[in-house]
Design a protein around this ligand. Structure first.
Ligand code: NAI
Length: 337
């Protein structure tokens, strides 16, 4: 296939960013955009000239000129939308997490197995970030020895608008929404160990309304893997300084750290207050380059007929661990997987 004709589905916080990237992706053409929200389609009419606009996802799937869908919709819709796309003969990129329960993940895998010619890729964007890739390469080369503990956090800047409270209704909670990235990193960087037992707790430091969704604005979790490797996860919605994604991998001959200072750029300010730098403000600023690479990899995967670099089994395992952590948090008990 020389040009992959893509429909973006979901034009919210992240969908608009993906739409802009897809317009620059080599070998891709953004041909359609879908949102049930009129003002989002109005935005697209101006920002995405020449792109066909749809309110109804079923109509996108009926369009024979669409080769692939790029799903950036609420997590609670992912599984059913992927299955519908596969049945309509479309390749699928879908944002993380794959689904909010293991049964839905398995249903997607079963449907994908019926369409081996179609690609399905789940958006674990950190796998396309240059620094995380470098850390993965160093671990694979054994340059710091045998990794035994990963400590990783996904911390958002505080948003007083209440966005995270509304978002919680469909996100699956802070562990499924934020820690899922760290869970995927732990599996990738520790060599796909099998999880054994998890424990979690959390607190609402600034957003008590999250309790309506059995959610918190700060959560911590631990995971033991078979073979003795460990992971510690921290997720937050309340940072004052900006977005801070930080990962440390402790290994037998050293430690790798990614993102220890969430610097916005290489400028350092020295003045009467000391020496400091400005910080990235949100996940997109931190991972902008990785999102561009991710879109290119998806398109290349289709054009070159390569296996998807992030498998549905990877995504299912991340969901399984994230769910066990959520269950541990809600029950107050350790959960054995
Ligand atoms: P959002 O709420 O801002 O946007 C959701 C979009 O989906 C809206 O445009 C909404 O109109 C649209 N939508 C709702 N129902 C629909 C339907 N039936 N058919 C088509 N469109 C529909 O949410 P946001 O933050 O953009 O998140 C979307 C997804 O992206 C989530 O799954 C989230 O987990 C993921 N995400 C991933 C990130 C990453 O780092 N990889 C970061 C932020 C979000």
């Amino acid at each position: 296939m020389s040009t992959v004709r893509i429909a973006i589905v979901g034009l919210g916080r992240l969908g608009r960013r993906h739409a802009a990237n897809l317009q620059q992706t080599h070998g891709a053409q953004l041909v359609a955009a879908c949102s049930p929200v009129a003002e989002e389609r109005d935005w697209a009419a101006t920002a995405l000239p020449g792109v066909a606009l749809y309110a109804d996802y079923a109509e996108v799937l009926a369009n024979a000129d669409v080769d692939a869908v790029f799903l950036v919709t609420p997590t609670s819709l992912h599984a059913e939308q992927i299955i519908a796309a596969l049945r309509a003969g479309k390749h699928v990129f879908c944002e993380k997490p794959l689904a909010l329960n293991v049964e839905d993940c398995l249903a997607v895998e079963e449907e994908a197995a019926r369409h081996p010619q179609l690609k399905v890729m789940i958006g674990f964007v950190r796998r396309f970030d240059a620094s995380y890739r470098d850390a993965a390469d160093k671990l694979a080369a054994g340059s710091v020895g045998r990794p035994y503990l990963l400590r990783s956090q996904t911390c958002d800047r505080n948003d007083e608008s209440g966005f995270f409270v509304r978002f919680s209704a469909s996100s699956g909670g802070i562990f499924m929404d934020c820690s899922i990235h760290d869970i995927d990193l732990a599996r990738w960087l520790l060599g796909n160990p099998k999880p054994k037992r998890v424990w979690a707790t959390g607190t609402n430091a600034l957003h008590p309304a999250l309790a309506e969704h059995q959610d918190v604005d700060n959560g911590v979790a631990m995971c033991e893997f078979e073979g003795g490797q460990l992971a510690c996860f921290y997720a937050s919605r309340t940072q004052a300084h900006g977005h801070e994604t930080l990962t440390e991998i402790f290994a037998s001959e050293g430690r790798l750290t990614v993102g220890a200072n969430p610097r916005a750029n290489r400028v350092e300010i020295s003045d009467a207050h000391g020496v400091r730098n400005e910080c990235v403000q949100d996940f997109y600023q931190r991972f902008a380059d990785a999102f561009v690479t991710e879109a290119q990899v998806f398109v290349d995967t289709i054009r070159d007929n390569r296996p998807s670099p992030v498998t549905l089994a990877d995504a299912r395992e991340a969901t399984r661990i994230g769910l066990a952590i959520t269950q541990a948090f809600r029950s107050g008990e350790a959960v054995t997987l």
